[in-house]
Each structure stands twice: as structure tokens, then as C-alpha cells.
Design a protein around this ligand. Structure first.
Ligand SMILES: Nc1ncnc2c1ncn2[C@@H]1O[C@H](COP(=O)(O)OP(=O)(O)O)[C@@H](O)[C@H]1O
Ligand SMILES: [Mg+2]
Length: 268
């Protein structure tokens, strides 16, 4: 099994006419003696949905935190719109973050704010828009995710699926060029997962942008992805178009994408 090919195919992506506003090169991250990311290379195609699949604890959330500038690499580069986000000033990094939306794993809503105020938060914080303008934008976003009648509710007064949708509305409220989703399907039953995946596809076709979604759920990946990357032991071991990955004869890719226990992948 060759792991070099994945890196090459990720690099080659630049040559085939696909633009990439996010590029990760040789990313290393350890916590103490524990190596999480061990030389991760990846590019994310603009205007497409890329899914990164990997088992729990493989560093998917750690990867997203590097991409949004919350964690600094031990080694390697994170390029967003062609700029290494750790070689620019904190102010520039902060401005860059206003062009990214993030749906965190747990929705990350403020518990003491209602759904309207949670969704309005980035606009109040980062823009000079008037409250009338904010109301117009927030209600449009909440309507898109089906929460127009729940805007007065606190996060703990609505279901997990509704919290995810509120987090999604908030992630999109600044019209971001890049949207990150950290396990949007976690904690949802299969029906709500499927509905949320439909919503992701609808919102992408409506607003476009570079979407990066990490998950361990193969059904989610199958449904929403244009491209898939597989991470294993801190590296990208396969990257390519979703149709090709799901039709792959490679025993490693097949085992990974079928979720079977028999095959070249072991527990260690
Ligand atoms: N801030 C941290 N300090 C120490 N260990 C961490 C930290 N963040 C993540 N880890 C560890 O790194 C590994 C990868 O974590 P994570 O990216 O959250 O995995 P997942 O793929 O499930 O999202 C886990 O073993 C986790 O315990
Ligand atoms: Mg995670």
C-alpha cells in the first residue's frame, strides 16, 4: 500500500484547472509526546464540497482548528487564499476569519442567547450594520434553515437537530467564502442526518463557496461530497473525486469506505 500517491494526487490537483483557496502542506501537530498530525498534505477545491473521513480521534477537529487559526502548527503551512495564516499578523488572521464560517461539532451556541441573538452575533461583532439590516439578514438565514418560528428560543429549548441548523445559519450569516463543518451528523439520528445533509447541499447550490466537512459517517460523505480525503494516522492516505473513491478497487480505500473490519487496516 503506497501512501505517497495521496499526497501526489493532492498536489496534482493544482494542475488540472481546479482552484484551491485552502492548501495544507506537511502539517505536523503533537500534544506532548502524542503525534496527531504527522505530515498532512491537502488542498480543497473551490466551489466544491470536500469531505474528510477518518475514525474518531484521528485529528479531524485538530485539522479544522488549524484551518481557522485556533491552533498553530508545530511544522508545515496552512495557506488560505494563498497566504500562510501563521506568517501574517494576528489582526490579518482575525480579518481572514471573518471570511470563514464554522459549524462546530456541538453547534457551539451561546447558551444564554436565543437563536436570533446567536445568529446575529457575528454581524454585531464584525460589521457596522444597523439592527434593521441585521434582522433582515438573520431572519432570511433562519428561514433558509427552517427556524423562522423558533428565533426566540434558547439553545436548550430546542432539539439537537435544530441547534445544528442554528449553528449552520450562524456559520453562513457573514456570507463566508469558506465554510467548515465539524461532524455535522454527530448526535443526530439517521433521518435528521439525512435532512441536514440535504440542507448542506441546498445551501451550497444556493450560495456556493468552498465547503469542508469532516465526519466519520460514510453515508454523509457519500451523499454530500464532490471530493473525499481519507485520513489515517495523521496523514491523508487518499484524496480524489468522490465518485472515483466510492468505486475504488484499492483494498485500503474499499475497507475504509465500506466500514468493514476485514482488510489491510488494523486497529493499531
Ligand atoms: N488540546 C489538546 N490537547 C491534548 N490532546 C488533544 C488536544 N486536542 C486534541 N487532542 C487529541 O488529539 C487526538 C485527535 O483529536 P481530534 O482532532 O479531536 O479527533 P477527531 O478526529 O475525533 O476530531 C485525540 O486523541 C485527542 O485526544
Ligand atoms: Mg472531532
Amino acid at each position: 500500500m503506497s501512501f505517497g500517491g495521496a499526497v501526489d494526487s493532492a498536489r496534482n490537483g493544482a494542475g488540472n484547472g481546479v482552484a484551491h483557496s485552502i492548501q495544507v502542506r506537511n502539517l505536523h501537530k503533537s500534544f506532548g509526546a502524542f503525534d496527531v498530525l504527522t505530515g498532512l498534505d491537502l488542498m480543497f477545491a473551490d466551489d466544491a464540497i470536500t469531505t474528510i473521513l477518518g475514525p474518531s480521534g484521528t485529528g479531524k477537529s485538530v485539522l479544522i482548528k488549524h484551518l481557522v487559526g485556533l491552533l498553530e502548527p508545530d511544522d508545515g503551512e496552512v495557506l488560505i487564499f494563498g497566504r500562510d495564516i501563521w506568517k501574517i499578523s494576528a489582526k490579518e488572521r482575525y480579518e481572514l476569519r471573518t471570511r470563514m464560517g464554522v459549524l462546530f461539532q456541538d453547534g457551539a451556541l451561546f447558551g444564554s442567547m436565543n437563536i436570533f441573538d446567536n445568529t446575529a452575533f457575528p454581524l454585531r461583532k464584525h460589521t457596522d450594520k444597523t439592527e434593521d439590516e441585521i434582522r433582515e439578514i438573520v431572519m432570511r438565514r433562519l428561514t433558509e434553515v427552517g427556524l423562522e418560528r423558533s428565533w426566540t428560543k434558547l439553545p436548550n429549548e430546542v432539539s439537537g437537530g435544530m441547534r445544528k441548523r442554528a449553528g449552520f445559519a450562524r456559520a453562513l450569516v457573514m456570507d463566508p467564502a469558506i465554510v467548515f463543518f465539524d461532524e455535522p451528523d454527530s448526535g443526530l439520528d439517521p433521518v435528521r442526518t439525512s435532512l441536514l445533509n440535504d440542507l448542506i447541499l441546498d445551501m451550497h447550490s444556493e450560495h456556493r463557496g468552498t465547503y469542508l466537512l469532516v465526519t466519520h459517517d460514510i453515508r454523509t460523505a457519500r451523499k454530500v461530497s464532490d471530493y473525499v480525503g481519507l485520513i489515517w494516522k495523521g496523514r491523508v492516505v487518499h484524496y480524489g473525486e468522490a465518485d472515483e473513491a466510492f468505486a475504488s478497487e484499492d483494498p485500503f480505500v474499499r475497507q475504509f469506505l465500506s466500514g468493514e473490519s476485514a482488510g489491510p487496516l488494523g486497529m493499531d
